[in-house]
Write a protein that binds this ligand. Structure first.
Ligand SMILES: *Cc1c(COP(=O)(O)O)cnc(C)c1O
Length: 402
């Protein structure tokens, strides 16, 4: 197989007759006309043999689904209006009253909030597990457990879990695994083939991706995907998707289709810049810890090496720092305010670097033993010149913390 970057650019596409442009067309529709009433009754959208209504798919959304399957190594995909909607689509498809879902304690925050809100209201229970301890995951599986979420690296704190072992534990106990694959983006590792070359393939059952981040790349689209290799699992997800009416707009699908050919290039640039800045931060006495899975002393570094270096390799452009406890929250807030190139804002994956201070104690059930005490600030590194970003960090540290 060609490299992913090549495969995404040379992806099969049949243009309209006589118009051999390599870029896919953009089709917009609510209504799709049928040739007859009989056809209207018989056309089937679920297996993609026909178009029936814009909400159920267009040539543009089908094309994007196929390219995302190529990216992540899956076979079926549903598109939803945000990464969070992708998480919700999985939960609502697979869980019913009396079931339990397991969520890593460092999961994307709104995933936990969904469990504490709607899922709880509907009699679906949840337990948080220690992402760095597969035995804790194993111990929390009960006869009610239907689904376990996995995330690599974890949101905000970026610990890299023992993904392979956790997938093995869940498979052995008949628990479905859903990975939030936004960080890996289909490029750092292959979610459905975590140990390439070893057969049978070890992989998650479902991969969820916030396309809002790197696949969009522009900071101007909200979208999510849910990818599987299992046809019956896909059909469950697809039916819930249909019943909830979770369509995506053609212009947004087009924006992601345009951005996919440069995804690998951008990911690599974000990755290299983040590593350089993270290493520079390690030399600064203001920080007691720098969290980035490619740094040898970052939590879970050996698991990152096992999964990411045996696979395609790489890391996202995110890292976090923990400030020395001698600094007050007000000083750290002033540091963030003082930055000129790092915008203060949520999300990541676009061209502009961003910074967010987090109150970690309120986000975790317990303070993780592998994290130093202090205030955490997460950086998402954009596509600006690294030297400029480093100078910006430097001036903000100098002016506020000395
Ligand atoms: C941003 C993000 C999401 C949610 O994506 P939205 O499109 O903003 O809803 C989910 N998971 C992770 C890990 C994210 O970073």
């Amino acid at each position: 197989m060609a490299e992913l970057s090549t495969a995404l650019i040379h992806h099969p596409y049949v243009p309209p007759a006589g118009f051999a442009a390599p870029q896919p067309g953009v089709f917009k529709a609510s209504t799709v006309l049928f040739p007859s009433v009989a056809a209207m009754r018989n056309f089937e959208w679920k297996d993609k043999t026909a178009y029936t209504y814009g909400l159920h798919g267009t040539p543009t959304t089908y094309m994007l689904e196929e390219r995302l399957c190529t990216l992540e190594g899956g076979l079926q995909c549903v598109l939803v209006p945000s990464g969070l909607a992708a998480i919700a689509n999985v939960a609502l498809s697979l869980l019913r009253t009396g079931d339990e879902v397991l969520i890593p304690d460092n999961a994307y925050g709104p995933n936990k909030v969904l469990a504490e809100g709607e899922l709880k209201n509907w009699g679906i229970t949840h337990r948080f597990f220690d992402p760095m301890n597969p035995q804790d995951l194993a111990a929390k599986i009960s006869s009610q457990t239907r689904l376990a979420w996995l995330e690599a690296a974890g949101s905000v704190t970026l610990e890299f879990p023992d993904l392979c072992e956790m997938v093995r534990v869940c498979k052995a106990r008949g628990v479905l695994t859903a990975l939030d694959n936004t960080w890996g983006a289909g490029l750092a590792f292959a979610p459905f083939d975590l140990t390439p070359g070893v057969s049978p393939a070890l992989g998650v059952d479902i991969s969820v991706h916030a396309l809002t981040k790197y696949p969009s790349g522009g900071g101007d689209v909200l979208m999510g995907s849910v990818i599987t290799r299992d046809a019956s699992l896909h059909m469950k997800l697809k039916l819930t998707h249909m019943r909830l009416g979770l369509g995506v707009g053609a212009n947004d699908a087009e924006a992601v289709l345009r951005a996919l050919p440069s995804l690998a290039l951008r990911y690599k640039a974000h990755d290299e810049a983040a590593r350089e800045l993270a290493r520079w931060c390690q030399t600064r006495s203001e920080f007691v810890q720098v969290l980035h899975p490619a740094l040898p002393d970052s939590p879970g570094h050996q698991h990152w090496r096992a999964v990411c270096q045996s696979g395609p390799g790489g890391a996202a452009g995110l890292f976090s720092v923990i400030f020395h406890p001698r600094y007050s929250q007000a000083q750290i807030d002033a540091f963030c305010d003082r930055l000129k190139l790092f915008g203060i804002g949520y999300s990541w994956g676009g061209p502009m670097s961003l910074v967010v201070p987090y109150e970690l104690a309120s986000m975790r059930s317990v303070w993780p033993p592998h994290l130093e005490q202090g205030t955490l600030v997460r950086f998402s590194v954009g596509l600006e010149a690294v030297a400029d970003l480093q100078a910006d960090l430097h001036q903000a540290l100098q002016s506020v913390l000395t």
